[in-house]
Design a protein around this ligand. Structure first.
Ligand code: MN
Length: 477
């Protein structure tokens, strides 16, 4: 890759980009990294260019692309963060600083690993753009893993699978999450990966033919009903996410209902519902497979209508129907907020924090859980596990890991509410405090103001580490 290719990419996404400044950043990085090689034998600058290119392809603004070009300069070269600031200003320097790993000697081994994660989470809570640069950096590192020693390969791939991909998911970046997972998959589970690619290849040709036919038919039906179509395309399921689903179903492909999926993008919300109606009029839907994520979006903001029907020739097909705006959100998630077009109308940090309230939880865990192994476990269960979303009596949405109880809910809302809770109403019915909550439940906590401390019995059923930590704090006293 050359700087010309990058500039071309940037320009095609954003005609108003400051190409001169981007070139200046390239010259600066190129000079700083000159003579350095990647293990693949390539010049180091190739990594900087690839990172910047990943950011450009997400449609991100100049500032982020420039920080992407410079992201390894202070860590790996003689140039310092102060030099970066002098040339490119405070904002770029802050982004680069946030992306830089800890100094080389301070920690070693697992401790260094965890401290680096902590630093990354803190930086990300401070400025969410930092994680976007980390993702772009990680994608290229995964693409060039092959020359690394096996142990290192596996560690980087596993970390991408367990930490980076779930963060991308929770930020609503569906496409990026899929890429991170699919790039890591062959290194983490090589045998399973080989088996699956073989089986998928066998099916692939047939499916491609079928999707073509079904697509044509849908286009025809929508035209008859005068529904304007922005685009229709078959979507190939990401390999790792297919593998995850197969695991739940004894590796039986017949149990996977979204193996063939067709995405229909129409201009408006009412056109989405009309399209759903037309599909159901022509093909019988499977019970329990109609999902209205427009009326009730997923916690990460994802919106779409999903339905699975017996389509042409009785074949099971999933349709996903959405507007262009929903589509952009589904693919890019939070990155859409930092799109160059949005810069003027950029949401305030506060708005973003509200939309991604779990980032606040990340900071809480980071502050409260001091033990290192427990820290990693907390992050994995509290932040990255499958999530349900429940409502407060006022209608606010709270998201919690699967298996959470009203006590987890109470601690999530406020420590005091947790410490003083005595009972709960779920969907207006009195319920026990150890009931496992389900998505969509409305949860009310009954408080006893005179109560001084939580009950240690709760430790046996609470799910979140945050709740555990707070209950334990009382028992220690
Ligand atoms: Mn890097």
């Amino acid at each position: 890759m050359t700087i010309q290719t990058l500039l071309k990419e940037v320009k095609s996404k954003n005609p108003k980009a400051d190409l001169d400044l981007i070139r200046l950043a390239y010259d600066f990085a190129e000079e700083a990294h000159r003579g350095q090689k990647r293990l693949s034998g390539e010049n180091y600058i190739q990594h900087s260019l690839a990172t910047a290119s990943n950011l450009a392809n997400l449609g991100l603004s100049d500032t982020i692309i420039i920080a992407g070009l410079l992201h390894d300069v202070p860590e790996d070269t003689a140039k310092t963060i102060e030099d970066v600031e002098k040339e490119f200003g405070k904002e770029v320097a802050a982004l680069v600083k946030g992306t830089t790993k800890l100094g080389k000697i301070k920690y070693r081994g697992i401790q260094r690993y965890i401290e680096n994660l902590r630093k990354m989470f803190l930086a990300m809570a401070d400025d969410i753009r930092i994680i976007l640069i980390k993702f772009a950096d990680r994608i290229h590192n995964l693409e060039t893993l092959a020359p690394l020693p096996e142990e290192k390969r596996k560690r980087i791939a596993l970390e991408s699978l367990e930490i980076y991909a779930p963060i991308a998911n929770r930020l609503g970046m569906g496409e990026l999450k899929g890429r991170l997972e699919d790039l890591s998959f062959p290194y983490v589970l090589p045998e399973e990966y080989k088996m699956l690619t073989r089986r998928v290849k066998e099916r692939f040709k047939e499916e491609e033919q079928y999707i073509k036919k079904a697509k044509k038919e849908v286009e025809e039906l929508l035209r008859e009903e005068k529904i304007e179509v922005v685009s229709i395309h078959g979507r190939a399921k990401h390999l790792y996410s297919l593998y995850q689903k197969l695991l739940k179903h004894d590796m039986d492909f017949n149990e996977i209902y979204d193996l063939i999926a067709i995405r229909i993008i129409v201009p408006t919300i009412s056109a989405c519902y009309a399209t759903l109606g037309i599909i159901h009029k022509n093909w019988k839907p499977l019970k329990g497979r109609i999902k209205d994520y427009i009326a009730t979006p997923k916690p990460n903001g994802y919106q779409s209508l999903h339905t699975t029907v017996f389509c042409l020739e009785g074949q099971v097909v999933e349709f996903q129907i959405r507007t262009p705006k929903m589509h952009e959100h589904a693919e890019f998630g939070i990155a859409a907020h930092f799109h160059y077009k949005e810069e003027g109308a950029l949401k305030s940090k506060k708005d973003l924090r509200k939309e991604f309230a779990w980032i606040k939880d990340l900071i809480l865990i980071q502050k409260e859980v001091k033990d290192q192994n427990q820290f990693l476990e907390s992050i994995k269960t509290d932040i990255f596990q499958n999530h349900i979303f429940v409502f407060t009596p006022k209608g606010d949405v709270i998201d919690l890991p699967e298996g959470s109880t009203p006590v987890d809910f109470a601690y999530h809302v406020h420590t005091d509410l947790g410490n003083k809770c005595t009972g709960t109403k779920i969907n207006e019915k009195m319920s026990k405090l150890d009931t496992k909550l389900k998505s969509g439940d409305m949860v009310e906590i009954i408080m006893d103001k005179k109560r001084k401390h939580p009950s240690t019995d709760w430790l046996e059923f609470v799910k979140t580490h945050l709740a555990k930590e707070r209950i334990r704090r009382y028992t220690k006293r």
